[in-house]
Design a protein around this ligand. Structure first.
Ligand SMILES: Nc1nc2c(c(=O)[nH]1)N[C@H]1C(S)=C(S)[C@@H](COP(=O)(O)O)O[C@H]1N2
Ligand SMILES: [Mo]
Length: 326
């Protein structure tokens, strides 16, 4: 069985830290004069040299919006009160430091560092397939064309951790309306960023880009959301800037990050995890407490507090979406 992550004792051949990230951090530390060696030799030299002036490079912060994030002046957006939670919001700094974005690496606590130097400007989005006319538009133009709002959503990863966050974004339905799919279009496929230079592309046995899909009925459901921001500001890179899918009734792997293309199709497209391991990762991937794939799904652990909760069918969104599957 191929599972999407390894047990805790697993150590990669490459010894966890991608070389580029490690080298980058060493460079930053020594630029700040706080690298281990730099500190020791400065002390040894004692009074030979005046104290180093205060650093001009700000330390990296995981909650910082992605470099070049579009339409930053549109934040914070007004909260839509229709989307309430049954639990406290997760702590921003905790969720910003615990991510799954395999293109940047496979160590959850280090994705934010690996992604920190990545710029999302410019960001072209292609809309094609079974549509009236193909469109290419950039993220900046798209964000100014739709109306941004904030929604509080639960998120449930198939690895059984869960979080609750305020996303900023717009309904996926608004994008479908811009795309004008033909009457025969039954699915929308989405592709993630195509950047073979990212560290995870070669560290993994898997081949990217990451791709996902929804039926048109799912895409038109009012819960299906394109997030462009989190906690009242544009998305940090590790969360999938400048725009990512959010389908809160499904396992997190459906919510692909950093979307570059929306393709409308007549046939059901393949999806990344489903094609890697069809019996473990379904196409629908609706959160299901009775499932044992790839582990028992009856409970979940909240990110940050480690509180255990019972998993809810459709992640608590049955009233909104169960009819789609009846
Ligand atoms: N492109 C891409 N999108 C992705 C993933 C990924 O590895 N690559 N991981 C998915 C998984 S398994 C989860 S749980 C969520 C995690 O989102 P977060 O890091 O913003 O919490 O992103 C999803 N989207
Ligand atoms: Mo996940």
């Amino acid at each position: 069985m191929l599972t999407r992550s390894r047990p805790r004792w697993w150590l990669p051949e490459s010894q966890a830290t991608p070389e580029t990230v490690y080298a980058g951090r060493r460079r930053l530390l020594s630029a700040l004069g706080i690298g281990g060696l730099g500190l020791a030799s400065a002390r040894a030299r004692g009074a030979e040299r005046p104290p180093v002036p205060s650093p001009t490079i700000a330390p990296a912060v995981p909650t910082r919006p992605a470099l070049g994030a579009p339409a930053a002046d549109l934040y914070p957006a007004k909260r839509n009160p229709a989307f309430a939670l049954d639990r406290p919001l997760s702590v921003e700094d905790v969720v910003a430091r615990s991510n799954i974005f395999d293109e940047f690496g496979d160590e959850r606590s280090r994705i934010w560092e690996a992604a920190a130097a990545f710029s999302v400007a410019p960001w072209r989005i292609h809309i094609g397939g079974a549509v009236e006319a193909q469109i290419t538009l950039d993220a900046e133009a798209l964000l100014r064309r739709v109306s941004l709002e904030e929604r509080l959503y639960r998120h449930r990863c198939v690895e059984t951790w869960a979080m609750a966050v305020p996303w900023t974004g717009f309904p996926l339905r608004a994008l479908v309306e811009i795309a004008k799919p033909l009457a025969g279009a039954r699915f929308v496929r989405m592709l993630s960023l195509l950047r073979p230079d990212l560290p995870g592309w070669t560290a993994s046995r898997r081949v990217f880009p990451y791709y996902e899909a929804l039926s048109m009925a799912e895409a038109m459901n009012p819960l299906a959301f394109i997030a462009t921001g989190i906690y009242g500001h544009p998305l940090p890179m590790q969360h999938g800037a400048p725009l990512r899918l959010v389908v809160p009734w499904k396992y997190g792997y459906k919510s692909l990050k950093s979307v570059v293309a929306f393709q409308f199709t007549r046939e059901r497209p393949g999806t990344f995890w489903n094609e890697l391991s069809p019996t473990t990762y379904g196409f629908e991937a609706n959160v299901d407490p009775t499932s044992t794939q790839p582990w028992p799904q009856a409970e979940e652990t909240l990110l940050g507090s480690n509180e255990r909760r019972k998993t809810l069918p459709f992640n608590g969104y049955a009233a909104e979406v169960a009819a789609l599957y009846a």
